[in-house]
Design a protein around this ligand. Structure first.
Ligand code: PAZ
Length: 321
């Protein structure tokens, strides 16, 4: 999803590029409802004497439609595992979580369930009751009770997206609803966001016909929203972006450039093949290698990662006040 020399990644994005991206995007369905839900969520978690910190966790990959009445689209590998697992740890750490996720990807508290949980984890008993089947009893019970607890006590708000247009419009809307939070807001942008897209106005309306011969299509760069997120939408928030590469040689260089160029507080650098074992957190103060605890069965890298982030976010809040 990125030019092979990596250079285009850091080209300037102007305000005009951003405006024209949003102006030309198909309008977000339910925008008013999403805004209302997010504002209520922010309000509810800010009311008490001890207001919660609120984190936006983005998760999964964006699609790039090739037709307006979309039959075909470009997609990427992201499963949403990182985002959903991280959301769980943020909830455990006392944060309220806005979970902006790609429809159909992993959900918080469900990452250890099999692919088809309804059919594989449940059974109908002789008395026509539905129960969990072995060996899933404990996993199913925990998934249901943790997930229901988080949504019913108002600390988890889940919002879906599919396309790059929906993702970026949601990001803008949520960021503006969180702008009153100042340093209490955290942006944890783990979604794999397309670097190239087909602008809506130049997109074929109907299904592209194979009888027309080889497909010749121009994709343009998605404007770099991290710039505006930091500068205009969330200047006081703690912002963490992610950088994924398959070539180890360029990973850290690109992560550091992103840290500086977009003025992030942290960039989490990871390689495709080892992303569940290790990440490198790049900060202005240096790099920190974070690994999963290999001596513990089922331990994941998100546990120490979120621990480190919560610590650094606390330090940022203290120095801001
Ligand atoms: O979603 P997942 O668990 O399969 O993978 C997580 C990830 C690699 C998408 C994430 O850690 C990441 O690096 N996101 C940013 C990717 C990028 O646009 O560079």
């Amino acid at each position: 999803m990125e030019a092979s020399n990596g250079l285009r990644d850091f080209e300037e994005t102007s305000n005009d590029d951003i405006k024209s991206f949003f102006d030309s995007s198909p309008p977000l369905k339910n925008a008013a409802e999403i805004k209302r839900k997010t504002e209520e969520f922010v309000q509810m978690n800010s009311d008490s004497e001890h207001p919660r910190r609120i984190v936006l966790v983005t998760s999964g990959g964006t699609t790039v439609p090739l037709e307006q009445r979309c039959v075909r689209y470009i997609d990427n590998f992201s499963s949403g595992h990182r985002g959903s697992t991280s959301a769980e740890y943020f909830l455990k750490a006392g944060y309220a979580v806005v979970f902006l996720y790609r429809e159909g990807t992993y959900q918080p508290f469900c990452t250890s369930l099999p692919n088809n949980p309804l059919l594989e984890c449940l059974q109908v008993t002789d008395k026509s009751n539905i129960t969990a089947r072995p060996p899933y009893e404990k996993t199913v019970k925990e998934a249901i009770s943790n997930s229901h607890a988080a949504t019913s006590c108002g600390t988890l708000l889940k919002l879906p997206f599919t396309t790059i247009f929906e993702y970026l419009q949601n990001l803008q809307l949520i960021a503006s609803s969180m702008s009153s939070l100042g340093s209490r807001a955290l942006f944890y942008l783990a979604a794999a966001v397309s670097d190239f897209y087909v602008p809506w106005e130049s997109m074929a309306v109907h299904k592209i016909q194979s009888s027309s011969g080889p497909l010749d299509m121009r994709l343009v760069q998605v404007p770099k929203m991290l710039l505006v997120l930091r500068r205009d939408w969330a200047p006081k928030a703690f912002c963490i972006s992610f950088k994924l590469e398959t070539d180890k040689e360029i990973l850290l260089k690109k992560a550091r450039t992103a840290l500086e160029k977009y003025n992030m507080d942290m960039v989490v650098a990871n390689e495709l093949l080892t992303r569940k074992e290790e990440v490198i957190v790049v900060t202005k103060g240096g790099n920190v290698v974070v690994q999963r605890d290999r001596t513990r069965v089922g331990a994941d890298v998100e546990e120490p990662l979120i621990e480190l982030i919560v610590e650094q976010h606390s330090a940022a809040i203290s120095s801001a006040s």
